[in-house]
Design a protein around this ligand. Structure first.
Ligand code: FAD
Length: 479
């Protein structure tokens, strides 16, 4: 089915806006992690591939994400000396994480193929750090950080795509799918200047990411939660797929996290990458009464649920300068992707991050009852000295909170990643409301619903983007 990309042809010009036509074997819509891997995989299978990206740059959520991917059976895991993991154990963890609502076929695919897909990405030039990241949710260490973060990963994938002949069109927004006699035969896209292009293809892969940036698509129950994702996640693919009869599922589900600092009205930045290790160093979480409410080392979903029960649906993380120094040694900042200057600006604003030599002053600034916090810290420090947390049974009691200056950082609920989207087969073909394949249409990444179920586990949203991207690319090229 190999066919040479037809050079763009001017076919007509109406009211000043030109319409161009082109064709390819496979058109991929969206240049985040899923779209780039789909394009590379399809090109490796011998297809002519065009990738459309609406932004002036590639990357989407993948570019700005926490840059941690979780998989069982990767070379990285073996090199780190971690034994005893398997696709079966990972699958059971994933099903539990999704509260057993997951589409088990998709979850199994992710569990089974994740390690090999990470190995393939290393072969494509993506670098991962050697030390695994530890999460309460995963029974076995299987998460790894991308060296250089999202920008390094996208750069490597962009180079790999170029080397395999993928044609990338930036500033090119797909606006609708072309459907003829039920079959998807191409995409209508518009460039920055407003010119339309009709790109015909044997296969179209929607890899447009989530719908977090379009609050009209959010469930009513989450309207007070902060958003921390990219502006590009506007659910374009969800809308285009629905127009051609695709069945959307889990549309009332978004991944809500407990660790957020409000950096602008309604907007959050994540602190998970710092908050999790800080708890490991001895930090505690309190509510506005200054009370601890949970064993802070629990999994993220339990923490989210407990946060929802608190006054103002938020918690605060409290730590001292010794714990902050350990974070610095790891090269991690309190607020993800923020420079030291940006963090100082947040500290200068009242009520976001307090840093004071006097614990009572830190509590007062954050709207926490100072007497309540003082009593909690005293009780907690005694628990650390005794090596026993009688209230919550926390096992990890590494250090007391003693050394000023003290830090108190707000921990608000935040969301970016949507869990709902199109229903697919295990080779990523999009299904209609009758459960029938829509010919010519594939999907990859966050646009797919049900792969994670009600919740997603740490590091698996990117794994799903990568595994589904590769599967979609291979299948679309073959068909
Ligand atoms: C701040 C943050 C931190 C995160 N941290 C982690 C983490 O550490 N680990 C993890 O596993 N997951 C994490 N996630 C979730 C994860 O990043 C995403 O689920 C995943 O990267 C989605 O990949 P994708 O390729 O499906 O979508 P995206 O990466 O969002 O890519 C979609 C692309 O499609 C483009 N697009 C959209 N509409 C159109 C259109 N009409 N025409 C053309 N192009 C279009 C977008 O511009 C974008 O480039 C995080 C998310 C965020 C926001």
């Amino acid at each position: 089915m190999k066919r040479t990309l037809v050079a763009l042809l001017l076919v007509l010009s109406l009211a000043g806006s030109a319409v161009f036509a082109a064709s390819a074997d496979v058109v991929v819509v969206g240049g985040g992690g899923a779209g780039l891997l789909a394009a590379i995989a399809a090109a490796e299978e011998g297809a002519d591939v065009v990738l459309l990206e609406k932004m002036p740059f590639l990357g989407g959520a993948t570019l700005i994400c926490g840059a941690v991917t979780t998989a069982a059976g990767s070379r990285l895991q073996a090199q780190a000396g971690i034994e005893g993991d398997s696709a079966e154990i990972f699958f059971l963890d994933l099903m539990k994480g999704g509260e057993y609502t997951n589409d088990a076929r998709l979850t199994w695919l992710m569990a089974k193929q994740g390690g090999a897909v990470m190995d393939w990405m290393e072969d494509l030039g993506v670098a991962f750090g050697p030390e695994p990241v530890k999460w309460a949710e995963h029974r076995i260490d299987r998460s790894f950080r991308w060296t250089g973060g999202g920008s390094a990963l996208i750069k490597s994938l962009n180079e790999a795509a170029a080397a395999k002949g993928v044609e990338v069109l930036l500033n090119t927004r797909a606006k609708r799918l072309v459907q003829e006699n039920g079959r998807i035969t191409g995409v209508v896209a518009v460039d920055k200047g407003g010119s339309e292009q009709v790109i015909s293809a044997d296969a179209v892969i929607l890899a447009t990411g989530g719908f977090g940036a379009d609050m009209d698509m959010w469930p009513e129950s989450l309207q007070s939660v902060l958003y921390y994702g990219p502006v590009s996640s506007t659910g374009d693919g969800h809308k285009m797929a629905a127009e051609v009869g695709a069945d959307l599922t889990f549309m009332d589900k978004m991944k809500v996290y407990p660790h957020g600092v409000e950096i602008a009205p309604g907007r959050a930045q994540l602190t998970t990458i710092a908050s999790v290790p800080l708890v490991g160093f001895g930090a505690i979480l309190v509510n506005s009464n200054g009370e601890r409410v949970i064993d802070e080392s629990v999994d993220i979903v339990s923490l989210k649920k407990k946060t929802l029960e608190q006054p103002g649906t938020q918690l605060f993380i409290v730590f001292d300068s010794a714990m902050k120094a350990k974070l610095d040694e790891m090269g991690l900042t309190m607020v993800f992707n923020f420079t030291d200057d940006q963090i100082e600006e947040l500290i200068a604003q009242p009520g976001r991050i307090a840093r004071h030599d006097d614990l009572a002053a830190a509590a007062a600034e954050m709207g926490i009852d100072p007497a309540g916090l003082a009593a909690t810290i005293e009780q907690y420090n005694q628990a650390v000295a005794a090596g026993n947390d009688p209230v919550f049974g926390r096992k990890n009691l590494s250090a007391p909170i003693l050394q000023p200056p003290y830090y108190v950082m707000e921990q608000k609920l935040r969301t970016a990643t949507s869990l709902g989207g199109v229903r697919v087969t295990t080779d990523m073909r999009v299904l209609d409301e009758e459960g029938q394949v829509i010919p010519g249409l594939w999907a990859a990444g966050e646009i797919i619903g049900a792969a994670h179920g009600n919740e997603s586990m740490p590091g698996v949203a990117t794994l799903w983007a990568f595994v589904s991207g590769k599967a979609a690319g291979v299948s679309a090229a073959a068909k």
